[in-house]
Design a protein around this ligand. Structure first.
Ligand code: SF4
Length: 251
């Protein structure tokens, strides 16, 4: 049984070798400190969002300052205090953590304006993983960031927090997986529920594309070839040196 994530399918679509090294061999990726910081920034914002909805499930709507405090607790190391931040004592070692906090403060304010409003519905799934079976030997895994319910209406919401947002087409596969998984569950349990998806118009999302690439990936033998020079991934690929020496072309 092959289990593959949506991220893996997207990486395979761009470059087979990149997929193999990253998802099958789990090679160590060399990332710049800024890339690491960006990943941490996104993960921390997601944790703040999940905190908000967990509280909301308990009937409490956290204030904006409570969310900011949560951010600071998660973002700054325990040994860093307000004085350190003010004089940027840790600037060399820790990059621009304070400037990411300025960006986060604006993002959290917008988030709070939208999701603290009344009549939004109840959160019924928060950062919840799902598995989508595709035939006997293949399954796709993904996550719902948030599902809100209001009566018979379910709204599946996907968050994106990258400082430089990728084109919307980048999310097509994520939405295809979410929709297929949701409809799979709906057939069994939620026949009368209407479902809508936020962030991207699903009319443009093609589930067949996702299944095509997932099955192609499943059918691969053990040779995953590089697309060296044909993809912009190469510019920042952490596996460049392995790829440069790759010589396993099938005869
Ligand atoms: S350098 Fe380019 S071709 Fe090689 S693995 Fe990375 S993305 Fe693929």
């Amino acid at each position: 049984m092959l289990t593959v994530g949506v991220e893996g399918i997207k990486d395979f679509q761009v470059c087979e070798l990149y997929y193999q090294l990253r998802h099958r061999d789990k090679e160590l990726e060399v990332l710049s400190s800024r890339d690491l910081m960006i990943r941490r920034f996104e993960a921390t914002l997601r944790r703040v969002a999940s905190f908000f909805f967990w509280k909301r499930q308990d009937g409490i709507i956290p204030s904006y300052s409570a969310l900011l405090r949560r951010w600071e607790r998660l973002w700054f190391p325990g040994d860093m205090d307000a004085y350190d931040i003010a004089v940027e004592q840790h600037e060399v070692a820790r990059g621009n953590m304070a400037s990411f906090t300025t960006t986060a403060a604006v993002a959290i304010m917008r988030f709070h304006e939208v999701f603290a409003a009344d009549g939004l519905g109840d959160p019924i799934a928060i950062d919840q993983p799902f598995i989508l079976p595709v035939g006997k030997e293949l399954r796709i895994e993904g996550r719902y960031d948030l599902v809100l319910r209001q009566g018979n209406e379910h709204r599946v919401v996907m968050f994106t927090s990258a400082p430089r947002r990728p084109p919307l087409s980048w999310f097509t596969m994520d939405f295809a997986a979410q929709r297929l998984s949701y409809e799979n569950k709906r057939d069994r349990e939620w026949r009368d529920i209407n479902v809508s998806y936020s962030l991207y118009d699903l009319a443009g999302c093609n589930s067949k594309e996702l299944l095509y690439w997932a099955r192609l990936l499943q059918d691969k033998n053990d040779v995953f070839v590089p697309r060296r020079g044909f993809t912009t991934y190469c510019k920042t690929c952490p596996f460049d040196s392995t790829c440069r020496d790759w010589r396993k072309w099938p005869r």
